[in-house]
Design a protein around this ligand. Structure first.
Ligand code: TAP
Length: 498
């Protein structure tokens, strides 16, 4: 891969990656760039038989192959080799991601850097994590809790951060000794196939990393229904996640669910308002708001609401919406036309339910925006707890503002949604900020910062945002199964009152 290839108008072609070999499928799908309308990639569209072939390869390689029994050092070195190859190809990966998703190239570079950091972190866990001993039950009893790889892992990922979401799962599963079958979102499959190619170069045995591109209702459903998939690790919408819990139920496989979100940024009167204005806006607009942890609800104390909103509107005037490969762009395109219309529909509903438009509100379609799916960053004030845009995940660059007058009200409002992924608190006094952070129902809370992640920090949701954690030692453990081996030393065990 080279970035000249990625940035040329030439269409990139990707096949199915099974057992270390890339093959074409009977059908293909074509992806046009959401920022420019140009055709950029052609993906293989797998059928159920292709998916079952990939699963049976992953099953055989897990049951009979060397990877699950390899040493921590081998897994770690192979992961570090993958990280080095990703580094060599980082600009190409970033350009594919920007092209296919429509995100600004600067942010795509950040996604690649973050992904490499996760591979390196997983490499360290492959060396450091192991089982434990229990030796305090009886002086003559010793128990070992060993950690075994969970088996064949199916991974289903969304289109908003194709590489980053994959890397929150794949390196940790590989560090644990699992084999994998990955189904990326059909329209953004490029970097996932690129990673499979790099995995072979890095020295992962054939069949450890398999990629089956195609639609969710075919490939995803086949993964959910397969008895040979031991764990299905899913990132996507709450609706599809819920349907997978049903479709996979007869197999009793383990599930890990990273689902939707509806984060709030809570701004207290003692907050640094300049910082808060910048952070709130970034949290709402990052990845064009197509971000599970986006803070698209601003909950602000009455005393500082007007001042903060003025600062947000002033800052917004300096934010550059632009084509993904334009180095100046800070907000890119929506993923596709249908989604753009959905976002515009949410804005319309928000205003019809009593919201007051402070900025944006329309599609951008002139000049550089003519061939892409761009929405103006939008700010709506006067949003009530029961309004649609307060409750539902918009997945677009829309900030909904609600005011409060007491800490209790801020807690109630933050928690008054079905989701529980990530929230943010802006406040100077730690005595207020920390107790507040503890009362917010979400898997993560940021205080005086936002969207700040690192591989050492686990991420995941509560309520309808799902269950399970990714990254950190907790994320690694998701891909392991504890096994308890108990031994009696001397004297011999007593049975039936011998
Ligand atoms: P979804 O529409 O749910 O799609 C996610 C994945 O599921 C895609 O690969 C999709 O395939 C596949 N899929 C669709 N139907 C399926 C089925 N019946 N069985 C199995 N798989 C199926 O989500 P999206 O629109 O791509 O992504 C946006 C959503 O992801 C948002 O709700 C966002 O909050 C959430 N998200 C959550 C997180 C975390 S960490 N919690 C991170 C990122 C995104 P195709 O699309 O190819 O058909």
């Amino acid at each position: 891969m080279s970035h000249t290839m990625a940035s040329s108008p030439q269409v990139r072609t990707y096949g199915l990656y099974i057992d270390g070999v890339e093959t074409q499928a009977k059908n293909t799908s074509v992806r046009s760039a959401p920022g420019t309308g140009e055709q950029i990639a052609k993906f293989a569209s797998a059928d159920v038989a292709d998916t079952e072939r990939a699963i049976s390869v992953a099953r055989r390689v897990f049951d009979e192959g060397s990877w699950p029994h390899s040493t921590g050092a081998t897994r770690s070195k192979t992961l570090l080799k993958l990280a080095a190859l990703m580094q060599e190809n980082s600009e190409g990966l970033a350009r594919i991601e920007a092209d296919e998703v429509g995100k600004p190239i600067k942010q795509a570079r950040g996604d690649v850097a973050g992904s490499i950091a996760m591979v390196e972190h997983a490499a360290s866990l492959a060396l450091s994590e192991s089982g434990r001993a229990v030796d305090n039950v009886d002086p003559d009893v010793m128990s070992m809790i060993i950690r075994e790889p969970v088996g064949v892992v199916g991974m289903i990922t969304p289109w908003n951060f194709p590489l980053l979401q994959l890397m929150q799962k794949l390196p940790y599963a590989l560090a644990a000794g699992c084999t994998t079958v990955i189904k990326p979102a059909e329209i953004t499959s490029g970097t996932t196939v690129e990673i499979a190619r790099l995995c072979t170069k890095a020295g992962f045995p054939d069949g450890v990393v398999n990629v089956v591109t195609g639609s969710g209702s075919v490939v995803g459903d086949a993964l959910a229904a397969s008895i040979d998939v031991d764990l299905l690790s899913f990132t996507g919408s709450t609706a599809v996640g819920a349907s997978i819990t049903t479709s996979s139920a007869p197999t009793t496989k383990r599930l890990s669910m990273e689902l939707g979100g509806k984060g709030a940024a809570v701004v207290l009167p003692d907050a640094d308002l300049e910082q808060a204005a910048n952070g709130v806006l970034f949290g709402a607009l990052f990845n064009s708001g197509q971000c599970c942890v986006a803070t698209t609800r601003l909950l602000v104390h009455d005393d500082v609401a007007d001042e903060l909103i003025d600062k947000i509107i002033a800052k917004l005037a300096t934010v550059k919406v632009g084509r993904p490969l334009d180095e100046r762009s800070e907000v890119g395109a929506m993923i596709h036309e249908y989604h753009l219309q959905k976002v515009l529909g949410f804005i319309e509903t928000g205003l019809s339910e009593g919201g007051k438009l402070l900025a944006g509100g329309s599609r951008l379609s002139d000049g550089e925006y003519a061939d892409g799916f761009f929405v103006e960053p939008t700010v709506i004030d006067n949003v009530d707890k029961d309004d649609t845009i307060f409750q539902e995940e918009i997945f677009g660059p829309v900030l909904a503002i609600t005011r409060f007058s007491s800490l209790e009200e801020a807690v109630t409002l933050t928690n008054a949604v079905d989701y529980g992924l990530a929230n943010t608190v802006w406040a100077s006094g730690i005595q207020t900020a920390l107790p507040l952070a503890k009362r917010l129902k979400s898997g993560s809370v940021w205080v005086n910062t936002t969207l700040e992640n690192a591989p050492q920090m686990p991420t995941g949701g509560v309520k309808r945002s799902g269950y399970g954690r990714e990254m950190g030692p907790e994320g690694y453990e998701e891909f392991t199964e504890p096994k308890t081996i108990t031994m009696r030393l001397e004297p011999a065990a007593q049975f039936f009152g011998q």
